[in-house]
Ligand binder design. Sequence first.
Ligand SMILES: [Zn+2]
Length: 144
Amino acid sequence: MAKKKEMDTRFSKFGTVSFTAITKVNDFIDYLEEGRVMATRCKDCGLVFFPPRADCYRCLASNMEWIEISGTGKLVTYSKLEYAPIGFGDDLPYAIALLDYGDYKVFGRIAGDVPEEEIKVGMDMKTVANTLPNGQLNYVFEKA
Ligand SMILES: [Zn+2]
Protein backbone atom coordinates (compact mmCIF):
# COMPACT_ATOMS: atom_id res chain seq x y z
CA MET A 1 0.00 0.00 0.00
CA ALA A 2 1.34 3.38 -0.98
CA LYS A 3 2.02 5.69 1.88
CA LYS A 4 0.12 8.96 1.75
CA LYS A 5 2.48 11.86 1.21
CA GLU A 6 2.17 14.44 3.94
CA MET A 7 2.66 18.10 3.16
CA ASP A 8 5.17 19.96 5.23
CA THR A 9 3.28 23.20 5.86
CA ARG A 10 5.25 24.42 8.85
CA PHE A 11 5.81 27.84 7.28
CA SER A 12 2.10 28.64 7.50
CA LYS A 13 2.82 29.43 11.17
CA PHE A 14 5.06 32.37 10.27
CA GLY A 15 4.04 36.01 10.52
CA THR A 16 0.85 37.98 11.01
CA VAL A 17 -0.12 36.89 7.52
CA SER A 18 1.73 33.91 6.11
CA PHE A 19 2.26 34.17 2.39
CA THR A 20 3.61 30.69 1.97
CA ALA A 21 3.14 27.36 3.73
CA ILE A 22 5.89 25.39 2.06
CA THR A 23 9.52 26.36 1.66
CA LYS A 24 12.85 24.58 1.46
CA VAL A 25 13.74 26.09 4.85
CA ASN A 26 10.82 24.89 6.98
CA ASP A 27 13.20 24.03 9.85
CA PHE A 28 13.31 27.81 10.46
CA ILE A 29 9.89 27.44 12.12
CA ASP A 30 11.02 24.60 14.41
CA TYR A 31 13.92 26.74 15.58
CA LEU A 32 11.58 29.72 16.15
CA GLU A 33 9.40 27.51 18.34
CA GLU A 34 12.54 26.75 20.36
CA GLY A 35 13.13 30.49 20.67
CA ARG A 36 15.99 30.61 18.18
CA VAL A 37 16.20 32.80 15.08
CA MET A 38 18.35 31.11 12.47
CA ALA A 39 20.07 31.97 9.23
CA THR A 40 21.76 29.62 6.77
CA ARG A 41 25.44 29.66 5.84
CA CYS A 42 26.95 28.15 2.72
CA LYS A 43 29.52 25.56 3.80
CA ASP A 44 31.44 26.11 0.55
CA CYS A 45 31.87 29.89 0.46
CA GLY A 46 30.70 31.04 3.91
CA LEU A 47 27.99 33.39 2.64
CA VAL A 48 25.24 33.88 5.24
CA PHE A 49 21.61 34.18 4.20
CA PHE A 50 18.80 35.82 6.08
CA PRO A 51 16.01 35.12 5.44
CA PRO A 52 17.49 31.62 5.28
CA ARG A 53 17.92 30.09 1.85
CA ALA A 54 18.47 26.48 0.91
CA ASP A 55 20.60 27.32 -2.11
CA CYS A 56 23.69 29.51 -2.54
CA TYR A 57 23.48 31.77 -5.58
CA ARG A 58 27.26 32.22 -5.61
CA CYS A 59 28.18 28.50 -5.61
CA LEU A 60 24.97 27.27 -7.26
CA ALA A 61 25.05 24.58 -4.59
CA SER A 62 22.86 23.59 -1.65
CA ASN A 63 25.51 22.77 0.91
CA MET A 64 24.04 24.80 3.78
CA GLU A 65 24.21 24.76 7.54
CA TRP A 66 22.00 26.52 10.07
CA ILE A 67 23.53 29.22 12.26
CA GLU A 68 21.87 31.13 15.06
CA ILE A 69 21.51 34.89 14.87
CA SER A 70 23.06 35.74 18.19
CA GLY A 71 24.74 38.77 19.66
CA THR A 72 23.78 42.23 18.54
CA GLY A 73 23.38 44.11 15.30
CA LYS A 74 23.50 47.82 14.66
CA LEU A 75 20.29 49.56 13.70
CA VAL A 76 20.90 50.80 10.15
CA THR A 77 17.52 52.39 9.53
CA TYR A 78 13.91 52.10 10.58
CA SER A 79 10.50 53.39 9.61
CA LYS A 80 7.40 53.70 11.73
CA LEU A 81 4.32 52.54 9.87
CA GLU A 82 1.04 54.39 10.28
CA TYR A 83 -0.57 52.41 7.46
CA ALA A 84 -0.07 48.74 6.85
CA PRO A 85 -0.70 46.25 4.06
CA ILE A 86 -4.02 44.38 4.14
CA GLY A 87 -4.03 41.91 7.00
CA PHE A 88 -1.49 43.80 9.11
CA GLY A 89 -3.77 46.64 10.27
CA ASP A 90 -4.27 45.24 13.77
CA ASP A 91 -0.49 45.34 14.33
CA LEU A 92 -0.28 49.13 13.84
CA PRO A 93 1.62 51.15 14.72
CA TYR A 94 4.86 49.23 14.28
CA ALA A 95 8.34 50.01 13.05
CA ILE A 96 10.18 48.03 10.40
CA ALA A 97 13.94 48.07 10.66
CA LEU A 98 17.24 46.73 9.37
CA LEU A 99 20.02 45.44 11.64
CA ASP A 100 23.59 45.05 10.43
CA TYR A 101 25.37 42.04 11.93
CA GLY A 102 28.53 42.56 9.89
CA ASP A 103 28.44 39.45 7.73
CA TYR A 104 24.73 39.81 7.05
CA LYS A 105 21.74 42.05 7.65
CA VAL A 106 18.40 41.19 9.22
CA PHE A 107 15.17 42.89 8.17
CA GLY A 108 12.28 42.79 10.62
CA ARG A 109 10.28 44.84 13.04
CA ILE A 110 11.08 46.51 16.32
CA ALA A 111 9.32 45.05 19.38
CA GLY A 112 6.20 47.04 20.23
CA ASP A 113 7.35 47.73 23.78
CA VAL A 114 10.45 49.67 22.72
CA PRO A 115 9.58 53.37 23.27
CA GLU A 116 9.91 55.32 20.03
CA GLU A 117 12.05 58.02 21.67
CA GLU A 118 14.63 55.37 22.58
CA ILE A 119 15.07 54.17 19.01
CA LYS A 120 18.28 55.60 17.54
CA VAL A 121 20.07 54.73 14.31
CA GLY A 122 23.37 53.07 15.24
CA MET A 123 22.10 51.55 18.50
CA ASP A 124 22.74 47.90 19.32
CA MET A 125 19.73 45.61 19.05
CA LYS A 126 19.17 41.88 19.25
CA THR A 127 16.88 39.62 17.27
CA VAL A 128 14.51 37.49 19.35
CA ALA A 129 11.82 34.94 18.56
CA ASN A 130 8.30 36.15 19.26
CA THR A 131 4.77 34.77 19.38
CA LEU A 132 2.04 37.05 18.04
CA PRO A 133 -1.35 37.44 19.78
CA ASN A 134 -2.94 35.17 17.16
CA GLY A 135 -0.44 32.41 17.93
CA GLN A 136 1.62 32.96 14.79
CA LEU A 137 5.40 33.13 15.11
CA ASN A 138 7.79 35.85 14.05
CA TYR A 139 10.88 37.58 15.39
CA VAL A 140 11.39 41.12 16.63
CA PHE A 141 14.25 43.45 17.49
CA GLU A 142 14.78 44.42 21.11
CA LYS A 143 17.19 46.82 22.75
CA ALA A 144 20.46 45.01 23.45
ZN1 LIG B 1 28.30 29.42 -1.50
